[in-house]
Ligand binder design. Structure first.
Ligand SMILES: Nc1ncnc2c1ncn2[C@@H]1O[C@H](COP(=O)(O)OP(=O)(O)O)[C@@H](O)[C@H]1O
Ligand SMILES: [Mg+2]
Length: 256
């Protein structure tokens, strides 16, 4: 199962991604979670301590490794666009609560045509992750899809947009859907988070086609408490965890 999670900032991508990853780990699956958000905080949500996370260098910042593998350096503007990456997850991923975390970091891209070595490296690693044999790969991404090439997206089973009951985040769903379409993504599905009640559910149902709607996660102060304490929402909010378990069941049942 290869899942990319996207959506507007603050909607709950990381909360959902981390909880989903831990639920798959609970099933004894080999789970690799990759943090591709520039504002990387998937680690805390998985249950890593701040100390553990401080020792992790994002892949995009591993200048020496990237230079070695791509052959790029200050005096050489030409570099390999197919650097070796297959050993990267095993070398750099750190495990917590049964989930392997790879912090990718991001590169400031100068638009779609950017081909700096860091960007080539990240793109190639993501591509590798999607084709790799881990049972479950979960990408926690920002809204932009620029790290994804067609080869990557074609290997992806689910593209999940997390939204809140709001016009702006519904807009993001439409944008992602259009972009994903261009990239050949099979399915773009929605998880509606921070839902406060009947009216919010209705708002979502009126705007998201039923076939695209994976489920709801309700607004939950335990989730906020978990974040305030830098802890995993999986451990803190049974209700949110069980709502996400139902969403996972839907993902799994449709994957068969
Ligand atoms: N269901 C929810 N109810 C209440 N707060 C939530 C819920 N889901 C997420 N949050 C809070 O919203 C904030 C953003 O969540 P986060 O998962 O970091 O979003 P993103 O990764 O999309 O930026 C966090 O403080 C988180 O605790
Ligand atoms: Mg996030």
């Amino acid at each position: 199962m290869k899942i990319a999670i996207t959506g507007k900032g603050g909607v709950g991508k990381t909360t959902f991604a981390a909880t989903l990853a831990r639920l798959y780990a609970e099933d004894n699956k080999h789970v690799l979670a990759a943090d591709v958000d520039p504002d990387a905080n998937l680690g805390l949500a998985l249950g890593f301590t701040e100390e553990e996370l401080n020792s992790i260098v994002p892949i995009a910042k591993m200048r020496q490794m990237i230079e070695e593998r791509t052959g790029a350096n200050a005096s050489n503007t030409f570099f390999r666009i197919n650097p070796k990456v297959d050993d990267i997850p095993d070398l750099y991923a750190k495990t917590c609560n049964g989930v392997k975390l790879l912090v990718m970091g991001t590169v400031e891209t100068g638009g779609g045509g950017c081909v700096c070595p860091e960007h080539v490296m990240l793109k190639r690693i993501i591509n590798h992750l999607v084709l790799r044999s881990d049972d479950v790969v979960i990408l926690d991404m920002e809204a932009g899809l620029e790290h994804l090439g067609r080869g990557t997206t074609e290997g992806m089973d689910q593209f999940i947009v997390v939204i809140e009951p709001g016009a702006r985040s519904v807009q993001t769903y439409h944008n992602v859907k259009r972009l994903a379409n261009d990239l050949g993504v099979k399915q773009v599905r929605v998880v509606a988070n921070k839902v406060r009640g009947e009216e919010d559910e209705q708002f979502i149902r009126e705007r998201i086609p039923e076939a695209d709607l994976l489920g709801f996660i309700h607004y939950n102060s335990d989730v906020i408490d978990a974040d305030r304490q830098g802890k995993s929402p999986y451990d803190f909010s049974e209700i949110a965890r069980e709502e996400i378990r139902s969403i996972k069941a839907k993902i799994d049942s449709e994957a068969k």
